[in-house]
Design a binder for this molecule. Structure first.
Ligand code: FMN
Length: 169
């Protein structure tokens, strides 16, 4: 089972199209970060103590957490905003905190990030290194792809790379 998070605020644009193509190939369930009611992590630590892996907030995240727990793959598509994921993506990333290291172990996390920069831009190296540290920390397996989507021509080339990675999954 695989869960895909699509993190763009822009409906039907490049990363949405990547995510849709990915799900067409893999049959994964697609969640649009902009469409769910997920607030910021309060940092209360309840999930790590009394909550025993549950989040104290009553929004859409508890249901998403259970789906991710059941999945062996989590795939995140996010446009790059200021050398980082979008705010919509970050809300969900922070709220993954209740999932323990033991639960992450063996899961495959794929991160596909797109930006206006060319494919060989340093920003992709920086982002990959950061996600690698995060994956190592929770003992998950990371796959990372950074691609340019400056315009439709760049998007079409990048879509081929995304589809190739989906086929490997
Ligand atoms: C606020 C903002 C910040 C951005 N920062 C970056 C950036 O740091 N690097 C980059 O390559 N592109 C940056 N971009 C461009 C977007 O990543 C690019 O337009 C991307 O194709 C949007 O993806 P989408 O079509 O899936 O929404 C930025 C765009 C916005 C609106």
């Amino acid at each position: 089972m695989e869960i895909v998070i699509a993190g763009s605020p822009r409906k039907g644009m490049y990363s949405d199209r990547f995510a849709q193509a990915w799900c067409d190939e893999t049959g994964a369930e697609l969640i649009y970060a902009r469409s769910v009611n997920v607030g910021p992590c309060h940092g209360c630590g309840w999930c790590k103590g009394k909550g025993n892996g549950k989040c104290v907030q009553k929004d859409d995240m508890p249901e998403i957490l259970e789906k991710i727990r059941k999945a062996d793959r989590l795939t995140i598509f996010s446009p790059i905003y200021w050398w980082q994921v979008t705010a919509q993506t970050k809300l969900i990333l922070d709220r993954l905190y209740p999932i323990s290291e033991d639960e992450w172990k063996g899961k495959v996390i794929t991160v596909v990030m797109n930006g206006a920069a060319e494919d060989d831009d340093k920003e992709f190296e920086l982002l990959k290194a950061q996600f690698q540290e995060m994956a190592d920390y929770i003992h998950a397996d990371l796959r990372f792809l950074g691609v340019g989507t400056e315009d439709d021509a760049h998007f079409e080339k990048s879509l081929e790379k995304v589809k190739a990675l989906a086929k490997e999954a």
